[in-house]
Design a protein around this ligand. Structure first.
Ligand code: SAM
Length: 289
């Protein structure tokens, strides 16, 4: 486990992932019944953008750095408000210094009746995560393998909720593992929303994941599956983290999410300016409404 999210926190990929997570949480919060958030690869929860690690890559400057300073149309600012409010919450002095990871974004948008299980295996990150969540009774940090957690904590007792699956893709077979684990977990929790992040280095892994999910759709009672991709460079000239782009798969997306992301994506591309060059798209792998 060499991956350290501190090098990448707040980059373009994080912005897309966390803005989408925030919209999902907003929709979950529209009904009074409690929901559950399961974060299988949670990271430390909070990142210092002035740290040596963040400074070494400077990736956050082309991500949250640009978005924070951008002039946004009112409707887009409204859609991004829950996400930007979570970032603001991590920066009580007003200046952008810290970036909230997925567990803090979730907690910001959860109500008293909602619960978070945040899993992290790397010992340093797990200790930091546990310390950061200790005082919030809604949250539980667990030092456990995320794939084991997915099997152990799904389904939760709540009918509604979201599982964020955000592994580091350090291992060669992580895409294959992800496809199998996702299909299995979705069968166990048919009403749950699953949000999966993936890197785009080439099309092999992303297209294989899409093929598995499309095949699964032929199964009885298969869910709707939405895909979101943002490519910011060509593969020969990779962008942040050596990536050409990043993608998300959302299983069982809230019904308004696709329309929202179709408005958010072009605005994000504009706000992130020269940092994003390539394609942005939202499409359906299964069950297009
Ligand atoms: N979800 C976080 C966020 O959005 O703020 C970022 C997570 S980062 C991309 C991936 C994390 O997974 C790293 O903190 C890494 O230490 C952790 N990790 C690596 N292997 C793991 C495993 N088998 N189980 C759980 N966590 C793991």
């Amino acid at each position: 486990m060499n991956y350290r999210h501190a090098f990448h926190a707040g980059n373009i990929a994080d912005v897309l992932k966390h803005a989408t997570l925030a919209r999902i949480l907003v929709h979950l919060g529209e009904k009074a019944a409690p929901f559950r958030v399961i974060d299988t690869h949670a990271g430390t929860g909070r990142y210092d953008l002035a740290s040596a690690r963040a400074a070494r890559t400077g990736e956050w400057r082309d991500g949250i750095g640009r978005l924070w300073a951008a002039e946004l149309p009112d409707d887009i600012r409204g859609l991004l408000a829950p996400y930007l409010a979570a970032v603001a919450d991590a920066n009580p002095n007003g200046a952008l210094r810290h970036y909230p990871g997925s567990p803090l974004i979730a907690l910001h948008l959860m109500r008293p009746q909602d619960r978070l299980v945040a899993c992290e295996l790397e010992p340093g990150a797990a200790t930091a995560l546990a310390a950061g969540l200790r005082r919030d009774a809604r949250a539980r940090a667990v030092a456990i393998d995320g794939w084991t957690a997915l099997n152990a904590y799904v389904p939760p007792k709540e009918r509604r909720g979201v599982v964020l699956i955000d592994p580091p893709y350090e291992e060669k077979h992580e895409f294959a593992r992800l496809s199998d684990a996702l299909v299995g977990a979705q069968r166990k929790w048919a009403t749950g929303i699953f949000l999966v992040w993936y890197p785009i280095k080439d099309r092999v892994g992303p297209d294989r994941l899409a093929a598995v999910l499309r095949r699964n759709v032929t199964a009885k009672g298969a869910p709707k599956v939405m895909r979101v991709e943002l490519e910011w460079a060509i593969a020969e000239a990779p962008g942040p983290g050596g990536l050409a782009g990043s993608g998300l798969v959302v299983v069982n997306p809230p019904w308004r999410l696709a329309g929202e992301l179709r408005r958010i994506l072009p605005a994000l591309r504009a706000a992130l300016g020269g940092a994003v060059g390539g394609r942005a798209k939202v499409d359906w792998l299964a069950g297009e409404p």
